[in-house]
Design a protein around this ligand. Structure first.
Ligand SMILES: Cc1cc2nc3c(=O)[nH]c(=O)nc-3n(C[C@H](O)[C@H](O)[C@H](O)COP(=O)(O)O)c2cc1C
Length: 390
């Protein structure tokens, strides 16, 4: 079973991702992992932190001579900012006057709920772990899952559908998303230049006014065969697993599969994807004229592209802070402000790609098994043959 954990604090020494369950013999392209980490750091509207950090994956275990060896993988990502925080967040008791308390909780952040839960007098330790810096570790683990999926021909990418009120009106084809993600300069990772400019204006407005903006990203998994996930048990449904995985990302407040939101207020005849049969073969001869289901029916992948959207709330740290209360005095004060992003929709999309890739890799390994890539590939090829002959 593919399992993963992360550890590390936003301003601690490092983040660590642990990934267990990948078969032996998977070639690990470190440049690919680092590019994924770079992609998570891009996008117009990021704060000063991203100028400090240039994430590089340092693999501690589980990969030798360029390939996985079947044992757990640990990846370390150094926090370059640690040098500025060693005295504020020492492992040993250190000097209390050097600590940097977060004195008034930010509405929308984890500060108040976390301080109450863990019985902290202020929110420093809450922020440190709740922060989306953690998502860098997920991207490192997700990059390894992507390398595994690539061996099966499956690719996972994302693009931005909306920033604030600026929305991409048309569906983006896989090739357009592929080209957008291949760029070496990423503005808002939108496939349409005109829509991207409108999105930039939304960020500019927020930057000018000390505010923040949210948006919508879409993750697309390309070339997924029918048969991943199952309706047999509630907790094995692919839609449920993907929704949980994407929703678990910081600031994602809604998840949509395919055209799920519009479908709820439409008639069945205009929603469901009619079925045909043709000579051309991908996995099978069955065809669909459209993909409102987002590639999943009954909790099972149906052979079409998997499309998952994440809806991000605006960032909660505001340069013009909202009203809050001082933890110590209980007096009304403005919420704490610390250097912050203003818009993170493209970056959240990259982190969501990692979550989708990890979920698909887990489902693929549950279906095909294999302790070595040779064994997994043999099982995979046998299944493709079965689909072809169906
Ligand atoms: C890539 C990414 C970067 C983020 N950067 C910030 C940030 O700089 N400042 C901030 O207040 N929140 C940021 N967030 C959002 C917070 O981490 C999130 O709102 C907070 O942890 C509370 O969790 P919740 O929004 O899921 O309730 C970011 C989220 C993502 C996905």
């Amino acid at each position: 079973m593919l399992r993963y954990f992360t550890s590390g604090e936003s301003h601690g020494e490092a983040l660590v991702a642990f990934l267990s369950g990948l078969p032996a013999g998977l070639q690990v392209d470190l440049a690919f992992v680092d590019r994924e980490l770079w992609r998570r750091q891009q996008g117009y509207g990021r704060g000063g932190r991203m100028k400090i950090e240039t994430d590089k994956a340092h693999i501690l275990s589980g990969v030798r001579q360029g390939a996985t060896i079947g044992s757990p993988i640990a990846v370390l990502l150094e926090n370059k900012d640690w040098k500025n925080w060693q005295e504020a967040l020492p492992v040993e008791p250190g000097s209390p006057e050097k600590h940097k308390p977060v004195a008034s909780p930010r509405p929308g952040h984890a500060d108040l709920a976390g301080a109450l839960k863990y019985n902290f007098p202020e929110a420093r330790y809450v922020l440190e772990r709740a922060s989306a810096r953690e998502s860098a570790a997920r991207v490192a683990a997700g990059a390894l899952a992507k390398l595994f999926l690539k061996e099966l021909g499956i690719e996972v990418l994302s693009h931005v559908v909306a920033v604030g009120g600026a929305v991409l009106a048309k569906e983006a084809a896989w090739q357009q998303i592929f080209e957008a993600c291949a760029r070496n300069e990423i503005l808002l990772n939108c496939t349409d230049a005109e829509a991207e400019q409108r999105m930039k204006e939304e960020v500019d407005k927020a930057l000018r006014t000390g505010d923040s903006v949210g948006g919508i990203f879409e993750v697309v998994a390309h070339n997924v065969p029918p048969g991943l996930g199952t309706y047999a048990q509630w907790d094995e449904r692919l839609d449920g697993l993907l929704a949980g995985a994407v929703m678990s990302l910081q600031a994602v407040k809604a998840v949509e599969i395919g055209a799920g939101v519009v479908a709820a207020t439409s008639l069945g005849s205009s929603v469901h994807d009619e079925i045909g049969y043709g000579a051309e073969h991908r996995f099978t001869g069955f065809t669909r004229a459209r993909n409102n289901a987002g590639g999943i029916e009954g909790g099972v992948s149906n052979g079409e592209e998997i499309r998952v959207r994440g809806y991000l709330k605006p960032i909660s740290t505001l340069r013009r802070p909202l009203q809050s209360v001082d933890f110590a005095t209980r007096e009304p004060v403005k919420a704490a402000y610390e250097r912050s992003d203003v818009c993170v929709v493209p970056a959240a999309g990259v982190a969501a790609e990692a979550m989708v890739a990890l979920t698909l890799a887990r489902c693929a390994l549950e279906k095909f098994g294999g302790d070595s890539m040779q064994e997994t590939r043999r099982n995979w090829n046998g299944y493709l043959e079965q689909l072809k002959n169906y």
